[in-house]
Design a protein around this ligand. Sequence first.
Ligand SMILES: [Mg+2]
Length: 293
Amino acid sequence: MHSRFKAPQLPILVFTDLDGTLLDHDNYSFVAAQPALSRLSDLNIPVIPNTSKTLAELETLSKALSTPHPCIVENGSALCIPQDYFAPSPDAAIVHGYQVIRLAPEYTTVVQTLERLRKELGADFRGFHDMDPGEVAAQTGLSTEDAARARQRLCSEPLLWKDSPAAFARFESALKRQGFSLTRGGRYWHVVAQQGKATAMKAMLALYQANTGQHFTTIALGDSPNDWDMLRSAAIAIIVRRPDGSHLDVEGTGRTLRTEAAGPSGWNRSMQDLIDELTHAHQQHGASRRHGG
Ligand SMILES: [Mg+2]
């Protein structure tokens, strides 16, 4: 075996949203969550970003987080597993040293569909494929390098709508007939063709279980409407407080926790408490098994 996967000391997988959840809403820093991240890393517990960001953006972040684990990108569109982490999957394409399993059509198909609808409907919109990195940088406040990474897409397209609400309704129903939907991000509409973050989380869980023969408990952390289905599908849902003090209105189907602090500070405290509790429960369980209980 040449697997880079190491069995975690607690059988859990952590799936986390990034913006406003692990990363601070204003400065994109995860420093406040570092103590919990270090403990998870010491226990070999995978922290798996599940985000609207691209693989290219995640590569940079993974280096900063110094995590060797997989990620889920573009709102559940693709699973990205570092090569040599698991056995090669027949469904995977190799991109930038990752096995990439798409749950949606390729980016060229998304762009072709958009170009056809632009002609057919005469709709006025501007997608990332219409913009150069400079234009994306000017709109988002990203550096030109980060904007270039945000433009390296696998399966989904952000766009600015420039036309009337009536034209938008026609565009949306035409997209739906092609199997795509529109979800609202902070600044852009995202054209996506998948079931969302929950489907991707379940597919990733299945990969872990198939590759290790182990059973895992899922913990999901998020703050926004696009995290709703992921939070509902996890065994433990942690709803991270938003900067305005509110929590996403969602009740997990398993256990639900709500953080006191916003963003990465809340992430840190809740996760540390949970590690304490799960470690204790695991030790008790081990002790009772050793005593034939
Ligand atoms: Mg978020």
